[in-house]
Design a protein around this ligand. Structure first.
Ligand SMILES: Nc1ncnc2c1ncn2[C@@H]1O[C@H](COP(=O)(O)OP(=O)(O)OP(=O)(O)O)[C@@H](O)[C@H]1O
Length: 390
């Protein structure tokens, strides 16, 4: 797939800017705070309808304005598609496909596929489990847009179950009778337990499935980038574990198996949940563990090892999306090349080749190989204006 043009209207620090991408690789050069990342964020929004930087649309709209718009023209093997997103500070967004407004946002997802790589991605290894869950969830949405809906359903049930547990806890505290609300609570909870297990099992099975495909790809890349000196292991650590016979592929677990394990675990945590007033069981507490040569990368990996790991994950994502979607996704490299040493830079550039359209931001061109620069479109970004770089 190839993003031909992008039009930003009242988006972040752009008032009205059109960009045509006329080479498979585009470098956006500019000083800090000029709008480079904002442009990549616009592409991310057209892909996932989410920004990894903010959650409120108001912040995405040019200051002092009430609405903004992003429009992109995409070439896919099936034909040209125009994607549009209208953002409003005081009302809901509108999603447009070939200028027609879409009723379901789900139909917009996964038309433009992207893999992003920014310095923030080191948090994937160093940060909290939440980071890793949101990384795998974003990947799943790209591969299978209906997952966005599945996840939303799970979190809705979770919120309602948490609200019930919290209310019950504060009522029992204020009445001073620990057990006064119990019978009602238990029967109401049972309804939510069942729904949590059904919706949660969908999330868990999909996470198993995607990791089963991603892990060997990441391991191969990691081995290659580390010059065959390191072995990476990725382990999905679901909060609800299903005990299976040896050699059973976990991704092949039936929904019933997972739901049963889920309910079983809830029954062992009932008291703790009621005391803490929150749900302690479910995929909102999952994690993914990375180990390099048997050592946990999060606590003990050197920063070089952690960079190699993130790079391997990103390359694996590219490969997996291409295999599932059938077309190479876009790669967005936000200020990340300069942070990689030369050999890792070259691994990355070699892997990209000409197959993956790549948008790269940088503050200086010094870090790039001159031969490489010759085949690249170079644009300058200055105070929300994009022009040719001279
Ligand atoms: N809603 C908005 N309205 C107007 N300007 C905004 C808005 N949001 C962000 N900006 C401006 O955009 C600029 C930041 O742009 P961006 O994050 O793209 O930086 P960058 O060029 O990638 O720089 P760096 O190299 O520091 O990451 C800042 O000047 C900020 O004030």
């Amino acid at each position: 797939m190839y993003l031909k043009t992008l039009h930003l209207q009242q988006f972040r620090n752009y008032s009205d800017q059109k960009v045509a991408f006329d080479a498979p690789k585009t470098i956006l050069v500019g000083d800090n705070a000029q709008g480079k990342s904002n442009l990549l964020e616009a592409v991310e929004l057209l892909s996932t309808l989410k920004s990894h930087r903010v959650s409120r649309d108001r912040e995405l709209i040019l200051d002092t304005q009430d609405n903004g718009q992003i429009t992109g023209n995409l070439e896919r093997e099936t034909g040209r598609i125009e994607l549009g997103l209208i953002l409003r500070s005081k009302a809901r967004r509108t999603v447009l496909l070939n200028s027609q407004s879409l009723r379901r946002q789900l139909d917009f997802l996964s038309i433009l596929n992207v893999v992003q790589f920014s310095s923030l991605d080191l948090e994937l290894v160093r940060g909290s489990p939440e980071r890793r869950r949101s990384w795998i969830d974003r990947l799943l949405v790209q591969l299978e847009p209906v997952y966005a809906y599945i996840l939303q359903q799970y979190y809705q049930v979770l919120r309602q179950r948490n609200a019930l547990l919290k209310t019950a806890r504060s009522q029992s505290h204020s009445s001073g009778e620990e057990h006064s609300q119990k019978p009602i609570l238990n029967s109401e909870l049972a309804v939510w337990d069942a729904q949590l297990a059904v919706t949660g099992a969908r999330v868990i099975r999909r996470r198993y499935r995607v990791l089963e495909r991603l892990i060997p790809l990441a391991q191969t890349w990691h081995h290659l980038i580390s010059g065959s000196t390191e072995n990476l292991h990725l382990t999905y650590q679901p909060n609800v574990q299903v005990i299976t016979a040896e050699n059973t592929r976990l991704s092949a677990l039936s929904p019933q198996d997972v739901q049963q394990a889920f309910l079983q675990k809830i029954s062992t945590r009932t008291l703790a949940e009621q005391q803490q007033g929150t749900t302690l069981v479910g995929p909102h507490r999952d994690d993914i563990i990375f180990t390099i040569n048997q050592t946990p990368a999060r606590q003990y990996g050197s920063s070089g090892q952690q960079r190699t790991l993130v790079l391997a994950l990103k390359l694996a994502e590219l490969q997996l999306i291409e295999a599932v979607i059938g077309e190479p996704p876009l790669l967005l490299l936000d200020d990340v090349l300069a942070e990689l040493d030369l050999s890792r830079q070259n691994q990355l550039l070699e892997a990209i080749g000409d197959r993956f359209q790549t948008l790269i931001t940088t503050t200086h061109l010094g870090a790039f190989d001159s031969q490489w620069l010759q085949q690249t479109q170079i644009l300058s970004v200055q105070a929300g204006k994009i022009g040719q770089y001279f």
